[in-house]
Design a protein. Structure first.
Ligand code: FE
Length: 203
């Protein structure tokens, strides 16, 4: 982070979020409770659009970007900013761990899928549109396969994701409509993380 990108005050929100998230994970291993408590915390984080560092909000002309904002030291969870340029979206994919998606800026649309007994994908019949402040969840237990795209045709959209692992290192899959699948490990777009921990700077 550069000096001209001084979001330390605003980053106190993110610091508070990751601390509270660690408290939740310390208190329970029950995924339903983690998703419920985590959703409330994430809704609080994305209720304000004044803290995401500008360099973690930059779209790429060709593909969506996934910037790591924080990873728990035991890789129990991570926080990522997803930045969609106009017209960008994901292939159909899974997560393999629980995940929370909180809309920060713009609008995002998703379509969910289930796996049939023969391995083919079937539409779960549930699409969703996320507006700023809204949160939704995925996991192998409640439905883990979806595709997501920017619902705004001429501007970037940004959502903040929380996953129950260091998601950029998790081996998972993308799917084709006929049930074909391909292994992928997403990695991250950034090599430097926001400094949440300089408490000397006040908002
Ligand atoms: Fe996803």
């Amino acid at each position: 982070m550069t000096g001209s990108d001084d979001h330390t005050g605003g980053l106190a929100r993110l610091r508070g979020f990751v601390t509270a998230m660690a408290d939740v994970l310390e208190s329970t291993a029950d995924e339903a409770v983690i998703l419920q408590s985590g959703s409330a915390l994430l809704a609080g984080l994305v209720a304000h659009d004044d803290w995401l560092p500008a360099d973690c909000a930059v779209p790429h002309p060709d593909r969506y970007q996934q910037y790591l904002l924080h990873c728990d030291s035991r890789e129990r969870f991570c926080v990522v900013s997803f930045v969609w340029g106009p017209g960008q979206g994901t292939p159909i994919h899974d997560h393999r761990v629980w995940g929370l998606i909180g809309m920060l800026r713009g609008r995002e649309q998703a379509e969910r899928y289930d796996l049939a007994a023969d391995g083919r994908l079937i539409s779960a019949g549930t699409g969703s549109v996320l507006e700023p402040g809204m949160v939704e969840a995925v996991s192998p237990r409640i439905g883990d396969i979806h595709r997501v795209w920017n619902a705004i045709a001429d501007a970037p959209s940004i959502s903040i994701h929380v996953y129950g692992a260091n998601i950029g290192a998790v081996e998972r899959a993308t799917y084709t409509a006929d049930g074909g699948r391909k292994r992928f490990i997403s990695g991250y777009a950034n090599t430097q993380l926001p400094n949440l921990w300089d408490r000397s700077v006040r908002a």
